[in-house]
Write a protein of this length. Structure first.
Length: 560
């Protein structure tokens, strides 16, 4: 693959000069207070921290870790690490002490930046004794040396420090939905090429714009946010990144940012919809949207209520989104498109275009991306953002690539003649029932998740008489289920939903029952990854002992 003419740091240094006074980062600090960092200020702080890191004598390519929620100093620290000759290792801010320790030890991290965190007391024990640590300005109280004290006494690193195209820019550890996190190695050439492609894609959708605004709230430790928000903004230069302060202030943070580009994940798009339905019943909203003049007014009010009235391009990624949900947002006038990418290609693979899009499809290959399906239907990708390999895992490298260099995504897909790709499931998620027939859970889960009653679902049934679905009910419905009448209505609705999902399925594929879980799945209880994907195997193991009893009752809807 060709090497970009400019690498990431070249773009940064060019913007430092040409856009010195323009605001790059806006960080809320409590209440209505914010701190703005211009390009000059952000890069100056990065240069000072880079000089400090170089002064510590770390080896070239040293892994330097960041454990922090999204904040301005996450971006500034990453620039400092790159300028100093290091490789960034970002850890999800919700990880347990055990995973924090694993990533730090596996990556052989030389230093850790500790930033804005909600559960630091539970994580602190995962930091190996003797590992140097530096606290960001918004970090919890620690005994670590502070960022501000270091940059205040350190002269900035001069000039334009360079990195080679093959140098590692990042080690991104996967969120571990199927087991131990894997360290994905991404070079400066790959990160830059993918970011350049993302910027061009945004221009194709929006045209040349003088400035854009984004809200950064999905984890920067994940490739989706890192590529489409941070790295693309560093290449483009004219995008201002706002940060969210907390979950409680999210709506105010969104209204402050007034984003023109907004990316989210299916679970949050669903929660936004459920919030709208809590204020206006779905049937009434649909009737009003169909009235020509009134419909436009209502749609605009809904978008404004969500804080998305300035959005010119909205994206969904990280997991499949129900086609019905995309269609609903488009009826509101929101240009919501689905994309597809992986950590292993720095989230640079497929996206929809203005002329090539369809609900349920993840789009067409982005420029420079090659794609094909193998005989089993697995999607094979060769991307400009492709990983160099898995850190310390040559065995995985051998398994993950074809002889001609295509990456085995593990996703099953279908392609239309016009190139549109539909993801139909995961190779490893297909299971066999006791009848010896194979079942792909993803299509059924997508239909379940599209129903207003359901927030999340998981279809399983390995070695069982039939498939079953575990469902988490929508958050706004849960409190009322203590009332017998409300519970009965929900049970009847779920029974009808099971029949709807089963329509058109072969007999061996049909859901035998729907089981409503008592404890909602969350990151905190280990059922969701930090990027809100379900931890399938963990959930299946947790309910395995109760599954026999469910089948014995024979009820089509049950309450766990």
């Amino acid at each position: 693959m060709s090497v970009p003419a400019k690498l990431m740091l070249d773009y940064v240094f060019d913007h430092e000069s040409a856009r010195a006074g323009e605001v790059l980062l806006t960080q809320p600090t409590g209440g209505d207070r914010v701190v703005d960092y211009t390009w000059r200020q952000a890069v100056d702080q990065a240069r000072r921290m880079a000089a400090h890191l170089q002064g510590r004598g770390f080896a070239p390519g040293a892994r330097i870790a960041i454990l922090s929620k999204n904040c301005a100093h996450f971006v500034i620290a990453e620039l400092a690490i790159w300028m100093a000759g290091g490789t960034t290792v970002a850890i999800f801010p919700t990880e347990t002490a055990q995973t924090v320790r694993y990533v730090l030890e596996h990556s052989e991290a030389s230093l850790l930046f500790v930033g804005k965190l909600d559960i630091w007391p539970q994580q602190a024990g995962g930091v190996p004794a003797g590992l140097p640590c530096i606290a960001f300005p918004l970090a919890p109280a620690t005994d670590f040396e502070t960022w501000d004290s270091i940059v205040s006494r350190t002269d900035p690193l001069p000039g334009r420090p360079q990195r080679a195209p093959d140098d590692l820019a990042m080690l991104i550890y996967t969120s571990g939905s199927t087991g131990t996190p894997k360290g994905v190695m991404l070079s400066f050439a790959a990160v830059t090429a993918a970011s350049e492609g993302i910027v061009q894609n945004l221009k194709n959708h929006m045209g040349e714009v003088r400035s854009s605004r984004v809200l950064s709230y999905l984890p920067l430790a994940h490739s989706y946010e890192r590529a489409w928000v941070e790295a693309a903004s560093l290449v483009q230069g004219s995008t201002r990144i706002f940060f969210a302060e907390s979950l409680d202030t999210f709506l105010n943070d969104l209204r402050r940012a007034r984003p023109t580009i907004f990316a989210s994940v299916p679970r949050l798009w669903l929660k936004f919809q459920q919030g709208v339905f809590a204020k206006m019943p779905p049937a009434k909203l649909e009737r009003m949207l169909r009235i020509p003049v009134v419909g436009r007014v209502i749609a605009r009010k809904v978008r404004k209520g969500l804080g998305l009235d300035h959005v010119r391009l909205a994206g969904s990624g990280s997991a499949p989104i129900p086609a019905e949900l995309i269609a609903w947002y488009r009826r509101l006038g929101l240009n919501l498109i689905e994309g597809y990418g992986m950590t292993e290609d720095f989230a640079y693979s497929h996206t929809s275009s203005d002329t090539q899009n369809a609900p349920g499809y993840v789009g067409v290959p982005l420029p420079g991306v090659q794609v094909r399906l193998d005989a089993s239907g697995e999607v094979l990708i060769k991307s400009p953002g492709q990983l160099s390999g898995y850190y310390k895992r040559p065995d995985l490298d051998a398994e993950s690539f074809t002889e001609d260099g295509f990456f085995r995504t593990g996703d099953l897909g279908e392609r239309r003649p016009d190139g549109l790709l539909k993801i139909t499931g995961r190779v490893k998620e297909i299971f066999k029932t006791a009848k010896g027939e194979y079942i792909a859970p993803a299509p059924m889960e997508n239909r379940l998740n599209a129903h207003p009653l359901v927030e999340l679902s998981l279809v399983s049934g390995v070695g069982r008489p039939s498939a079953y679905a575990l469902v988490v009910l929508a958050e706004d419905l849960r409190p009322g289920l203590a009332h017998p009448a409300a519970r009965a209505r929900a049970q009847d609705a779920l029974a009808r939903l099971r029949e709807e999902v089963n329509q058109g399925l072969a007999e061996h594929q049909k859901l035998g029952m729907i089981v409503v879980v008592s404890e909602p799945w969350s990151i905190e209880n280990g059922c969701l990854t930090p990027t809100m994907k379900i931890r399938r195997h963990r959930i299946e193991e947790a309910v395995a002992a109760r599954a026999d009893g469910w089948y014995q009752t024979g009820a089509s809807v049950q309450w766990a």
